[in-house]
Ligand binder design. Structure first.
Ligand SMILES: [Fe+2]
Length: 528
């Protein structure tokens, strides 16, 4: 078995030699002091020198376990004084204990990362969510439980379902910081210290199946969540609409039926009027799960089936509308909005999820990478728009960007309502991991971006609005894009800051962490 640390060092060592300017930079002490330093210039900086190539498995360096910390990082360039607020991120940060390794890259105990910006300065804090599972395994010094892509270790304890790892999404609501698992009730943390407090049922009778993804309506401030009930007698999908003050939760249910399959879905759409489920043909086998297989390992992709779109009225009016589109896999919706009787739904869709589900006997890349192999990933995540007519139930799909895209976001001030600019990360053609950040103007179809090049691995960006300016759908966004970067050659991570409407100019600042930060998923921005 590959020794992880040796592998990462080897991967970095086989990367191309640094350019002259890179070598100069690399010879400088990374952390001159505990204080933030700035330069006078607010223009683009050369903090990410180009590398000629990188090892194909360099991403493995991004899958080291995370560390807890609290300090003021060094800043290269100048942070905008108006950039004021907190950027929370969540994602797995415990991939390996002793000789046990998680099955796929999207699995592990959640860690919250907190960047707090104030007047040109920034602090950084990271802490694991203290779930029951994490505390028990931490005390034992080994994995005890199987999780959604990982078998129960030898001598471990087998559960029905996956234990809560609270490691996918995060959001601040009414003074509580929430950390959500893929399927479990969210944990509540102190938004300043990141101390774990307890789980929260959000007013839901049985929150044990709540999914990680949710939407917050930018106009009503309602919080919309989703679950799926795999009961043999009454299977269903339900949306929960939590009032802004958190005191009232309304349930909208759609029973499983002939055109409403009981598939596994990760994300969904919410417009001003509707909740829309994207029921792609990925079927779990609960018999296999009861016999001990991890949930994700039991998924089957039925490529000859269409994707069903189930539309429920948020207000509870009328019967659900069922439409269908071609077979597509979706990890992430971008946003949705109403246009007359149409729902406009933007998302990243794959023709087949061979990077995650075994298709034609080929090992999916998300599993293979954990074992030091590249695996299968033949279908790029294209940025797509669905236009669904609720009267005729017709669906039209447009491909907006046929690159290999993921982790799309928009300004949170337009969530569930019309948007224009979209941001996401993109992998080079034929590659799996993302090195470019892109802004796509959905009104003109134009896009621009910045490619860090080989040896840099990006995570989900986050848009931080310039709060002195209102949303402007007649032009490009005003604000900044915060882009997490792992740098293979240094084995270190940073946060690159861009002007959101000028990504191609390059970053204007870089927040340099003192350590590597492991691959993470989703974040949220909360302006001060
Ligand atoms: Fe996700």
């Amino acid at each position: 078995m590959t020794n992880r640390r040796n592998f990462v060092k080897a991967a970095a060592a086989t990367a191309a030699p640094l350019t002259t300017s890179t070598a100069t930079l690399a010879s400088m002490p990374l952390f001159l002091s505990a204080c933030v330093t700035t330069r006078d210039s607010s223009g683009p900086i050369n903090a990410y020198p180009k590398m000629a190539s990188a090892n194909a498995l360099g991403f493995l360096g991004h899958l080291e376990n995370g560390t807890e910390s609290f300090y003021e990082p060094l800043v290269e360039g100048k942070l905008p004084a108006q950039l004021s607020g907190t950027f929370y991120r969540n994602g797995p940060a415990m991939f390996t204990r002793q000789n046990e390794r998680k099955g796929a890259i999207a699995d592990g105990d959640g860690m919250i990362r907190m960047y707090r910006f104030n007047g040109g300065k920034v602090s950084y804090r990271s802490r694991f969510v203290q779930t029951d599972k994490f505390k028990e395994e931490q005390a034992a010094g080994k994995f005890i439980y199987g999780t959604w892509t990982s078998r129960t270790p030898p001598g471990g304890k087998r559960l029905q379902g996956s234990p809560n790892q609270a490691g996918v999404t995060t959001v601040l609501r009414n003074g509580k910081l929430y950390a959500h698992d893929e399927v479990n009730p969210p944990w509540v943390l102190d938004p300043n210290t990141l101390e774990s407090i307890a789980t929260d049922n959000l007013g839901i009778e049985d929150p044990s199946r709540l999914k990680a993804h949710f939407r917050v309506d930018s106009k009503t401030d309602e919080w919309i969540l989703l679950d799926s009930v795999f009961s043999p007698t009454a299977p269903s999908h339900s949306a929960y609409i939590v009032s802004p003050d958190g005191k009232r939760t309304t349930k909208r249910t759609i029973p499983v039926g002939r055109n409403v399959p009981l598939t596994y879905m990760h994300d969904f759409f919410v417009s001003g009027s509707s909740v829309m489920l994207f029921l792609h043909p990925a079927y779990p086998d609960y018999g296999k799960q009861r016999q001990g297989s991890p949930f994700a390992d039991t998924l089957t992709w039925k490529a000859n089936e269409s994707t069903k779109l189930a539309i429920m009225s948020r207000a509870g009016e009328g019967e659900p509308i069922i439409a269908e589109t071609d077979s597509r896999w979706m990890w992430h919706a971008v946003n949705a909005f109403d246009r007359g009787n149409e729902v406009i739904a933007d998302y990243v869709g794959y023709e087949k999820p061979d990077h995650f589900i075994e298709i034609d006997g080929k090992e999916p890349a998300w599993y293979a990478f954990m074992k030091g192999r590249t695996g299968s990933f033949n279908y790029p995540g294209k940025l797509r728009r669905l236009i669904i007519n609720k009267n005729t139930k017709s669906v039209r799909e447009e491909i907006l960007d046929d690159g290999n895209n993921e982790f799309p976001v928009v300004d949170k001030r337009v969530h569930c309502h019309e948007h224009r600019d979209m941001y996401y990360i993109q992998a080079p053609k034929g590659a799996l991991w993302w090195s470019k950040v892109v802004r796509f103007d959905s009104k003109t179809g134009a896009s621009e971006g910045y490619d860090f090049g080989p040896g840099y691995y990006l995570n989900e960006p986050q848009f931080a609005a310039d709060m002195s300016k209102p949303v402007n759908l007649n032009g490009s966004d005003s604000g900044w894009l915060l882009v997490p970067v792992f740098e293979l050659a240094k084995g270190m991570s940073s946060l690159a800051i861009f002007r959101a409407n000028a990504l191609s100019d390059g970053p204007i600042a870089s927040v340099r962490l003192k350590t590597h930060d492991s691959f993470a998923f989703h974040g949220s921005w909360h302006a001060a």
